[in-house]
Design a protein around this ligand. Sequence first.
Ligand code: GDP
Length: 195
Amino acid sequence: LFAGPVDFIKGVVAMSGLPPADRVEVCFAGRSNVGKSSLINALTGRKSLARASNTPGRTQEINFFTLGEEKYLVDLPGYGYAEAPVAIVAKWQALLKSYLAGRSTLRRAFVLIDTRHGVKSVDDEIMSLLDRSAVTFQVVLTKADKVNRIERERIIEQVKGALQKHPAAFPELVVTSSEKGDGIETLRAIIAGLG
Ligand code: GDP
């Protein structure tokens, strides 16, 4: 796993609340219900770690976790809630923009896409924001166990096609299932390799 402790540090609602930029960090973004908490839990080997991010009141925060002694794992708020009030959405978009544009230690964003659904327009908007912010991002397909091989291959091609218009996109996808453990070790190795 990761050397050293994996712990929840804090939830941030304004740029002034960010922890000091003294560690390399990776962030995770995705539509609500994409399987982000499950993936973070599988990745860190801590069953209930990301539950902290999903408790009411925490869902609009940028949540920071330590990943051993050297990195932060940053859990961005799930997007695409149909019921979210416009004012709240605007507030978190502003925070997200500032964070992505101004975080010098952010090495990579992982954009989570549900293998059943592929890239939706809200995902495409986040990817465009990452392009504009010059943050390299990599797509992680989630819940791969929910579709058969043929459907999975079809979605992989759809996603790869969608990535072609995003200059900040890393071309390789990581296909995961938090339920079965598929792809988790690969993702850990990718994160470990980011200096
Ligand atoms: P979040 O809102 O993005 O944090 O999503 P959650 O991690 O809470 O997952 C949403 C739902 O999808 C839950 O019911 C999970 O049990 C389910 N889920 C998450 N990952 C997987 C997976 O890899 N396989 C399957 N079959 N279900 C998953």
